[in-house]
Design a protein. Structure first.
Length: 151
């Protein structure tokens, strides 16, 4: 996908969801889809027919780090149920990041808007999980894959 085509595609995303406040190009050529509480980063993989959407959630409290890491690994195993959403860390003791790839015919303005909105909603849930105490913590349930990508 050429830069011009990617720019055109991202220009179509904002009007597709009332929750999207803006769709802004970053200095490195990626885009930030702005929602009220979160920005979803959209990056193009120039070498493959793929884009990645990601959101930084925050760092787990040190007292719950092991529990959170175990939950993230278990969540990653549910990739079929989550529509391919995966969790990672930015580094040792780093922030939790959720991300998903879109490939091939999934790369269209409607899918990007829908997936970005779903990631934004999931971010609120994951942030609540990270901020909860061990006794009240419940891992976020996966969104059905069919609901995740489609409007």
């Amino acid at each position: 996908m050429e830069d011009i085509e990617f720019d055109r595609l991202m220009g179509e995303v904002g009007p597709l969801d009332d929750m999207i406040l803006a769709c802004l190009k970053t200095p490195d050529g990626a885009y930030a889809i702005r929602f009220e509480q979160v920005d979803v980063l959209v990056e193009r993989d120039e070498d493959r027919d793929r884009i990645a959407l990601s959101v930084e959630i925050g760092a787990p409290p040190p007292s719950r780090a092991l529990e959170v890491y175990e939950t993230l690994l278990s969540y990653n195993l549910l990739w079929r149920e989550t529509g391919g959403v995966r969790m990672a860390l930015t580094g040792r003791k780093g922030s939790v990041v959720q991300f998903v790839d879109l490939t091939g015919n999934e790369i269209n303005a409607r899918s990007i808007a829908t997936v970005a909105a779903n990631l934004a909603s999931l971010t609120d849930i994951w942030r609540g999980f990270l901020q909860s105490t061990a006794s009240e913590a419940a891992a976020p349930a996966p969104i059905a894959a069919g609901d995740f990508i489609r409007a």
